[in-house]
Ligand binder design. Structure first.
Ligand code: SF4
Ligand code: SF4
Length: 418
């Protein structure tokens, strides 16, 4: 957004305050300057020279999850996340990024080899102790920079790219051909989930291509205001995605999906789909096996609010025999992860997560299903802290189990506090 566009976007705000009722940060902090309206007012005053920049003001701009809750609610159609992104970009341009963000955004993200090395380092650290958390998670017993005491996935020795072939085996009469854009979290943090996505697509007669040279979608760079890194990553991915002929580009991480839809799609011939959208469009096979459980679904903000994908995941869950679905009272509520937000503001993120976990548990569900690896990470931590034994699963894993590819988790393997 150019400065003129930001001003035009901000002028649309009539200060009605409707956004306050849905802003997860305001709901915890209860301070006007931490509400959507407060943030927009401060950025506007800064831009018009009424106030000058301060560290405190900078914090207000950083303490936003970019969750789209406010934009969805706003009667004037103010696209708040665009205003926040523009303000962050200006801040990064004038003041540079904080050191830890510089390392993450400029050093690690653009380089696949660095991410692999980081995973190897993570596995090494995990071998030094910490606590095993059932469900494939681990709690560090020592302080880790940024991750401190968060429940983290137990890292696999292989990335998704080492687990599955880059081109799926030949299918005689395929229903279609998809490129799977996995993103960093499914490729490195949750490769088994990424593998489940591939298996489910393949089982449904879809040829799957997984380009091993795909890189981060760039959202962490964009959200940190580092446009240059974002542009570099976008261009690298576009080169990779344009090379493959396919009916669709499938993502199973809504943050990647919304970034691709918003910032990549104009340059791509193939349409971009969330995993659930693609399966429904491909007339997926309903599973035969029972997945006997009371289940609720957590809508990732970047799927429900940014991509407006609400029904497909529910339709898939409804097709699985044995599932009893219970909708949460507040289906659109944010889990509080927000990518790097969860790392830089762990206390606030945890408070938001606590409220979300509470409303999911109120349904009486025996499993929480979602479509986002970031939400999985946050909800596993939030449920663990509430002494809950309810596991969090990605929709692709549930479907893979219902098709009979994966073993269901045993009672001992679910996330359990200790
Ligand atoms: S809901 Fe929209 S118009 Fe109302 S205060 Fe919030 S951003 Fe402004
Ligand atoms: S995007 Fe989310 S966290 Fe940011 S101001 Fe809007 S509702 Fe609040």
């Amino acid at each position: 957004m150019e400065p003129g566009d930001i001003r035009a976007a901000m002028i649309r705000c009539v200060r009605c305050g409707q956004c306050r009722s849905v802003c997860p940060v305001f709901l915890v902090k209860k301070v006007e300057s931490d509400s959507t309206r407060g943030r927009v007012t401060l950025i506007r005053a800064l831009l018009e020279g009424e106030i000058s920049f301060s560290e405190e003001l900078g914090e207000k701009v950083w303490q936003c999850l970019l969750c789209h809750s406010c934009s969805q609610e706003c009667p004037s159609g103010v696209q708040v996340e665009k205003i926040i992104l523009a303000a962050r970009s200006k801040m990064a341009e004038l003041r540079g990024l904080p050191f830890s963000k510089k390392v993450l955004i400029q050093g690690l993200l653009p380089n696949l080899k660095s991410l692999s090395k980081l995973m190897a380092l993570g596995r090494f650290l995990q071998s030094f102790g910490g606590k095993e958390v059932p469900g494939g998670y681990w709690l560090p017993s020592f302080s880790l920079p940024l991750f401190s005491s968060r429940v983290l996935p137990r890292l696999n020795s292989r990335s998704l790219f080492q687990m599955v072939p880059s081109e799926a085996p030949f299918i005689p009469r395929p229903k279609g051909r998809a490129v799977f854009y996995a993103g960093c979290m499914l490729a490195y943090g949750y490769p088994r989930t990424g593998k489940a996505v591939v298996e489910v697509l393949y089982y449904n007669g879809i040829e799957v291509v997984i380009p091993p040279d795909q890189v981060c979608c760039g959202l962490p760079a964009l959200a940190s205001g580092h446009r240059e890194t974002f542009t570099r990553l976008r261009e690298a991915n576009l080169r990779v995605l344009k090379r493959v002929k396919a009916d669709g580009i499938v993502t199973a991480c809504p943050s990647c999906g919304s970034t691709l839809k918003e910032y990549y799609s104009s340059e791509l011939q193939a349409k971009i789909f969330d995993f659930s959208e693609f399966l429904v469009a491909a007339d997926f096979k309903p599973p035969d096996r029972e997945w006997k459980s009371v289940v609720t679904y957590h809508d990732p903000c970047h799927l429900r609010k940014a991509q407006k994908v609400v029904r497909p995941p529910r339709r898939i869950l409804a097709s699985i025999p044995g599932i009893k679905f219970k909708e949460a009272a507040d289906p659109g509520r944010c889990c509080g992860f927000g990518g790097t937000f969860g790392l830089y503001y762990p206390g606030l993120s945890r408070e938001i997560g606590r409220a979300r976990a509470g409303s999911l548990l109120d349904t009486g569900a025996e499993a929480v299903v979602t479509s986002c690896p970031g939400c999985m990470l946050q909800l596993a931590d939030s449920l663990y802290r509430q002494q809950s034994t309810v596991p969090v699963r990605h929709l692709a894993e549930v479907l893979a189990e219902a098709y009979g590819f994966h073993k269901p988790l045993t009672a001992k393997e679910v996330v359990r506090p200790g």
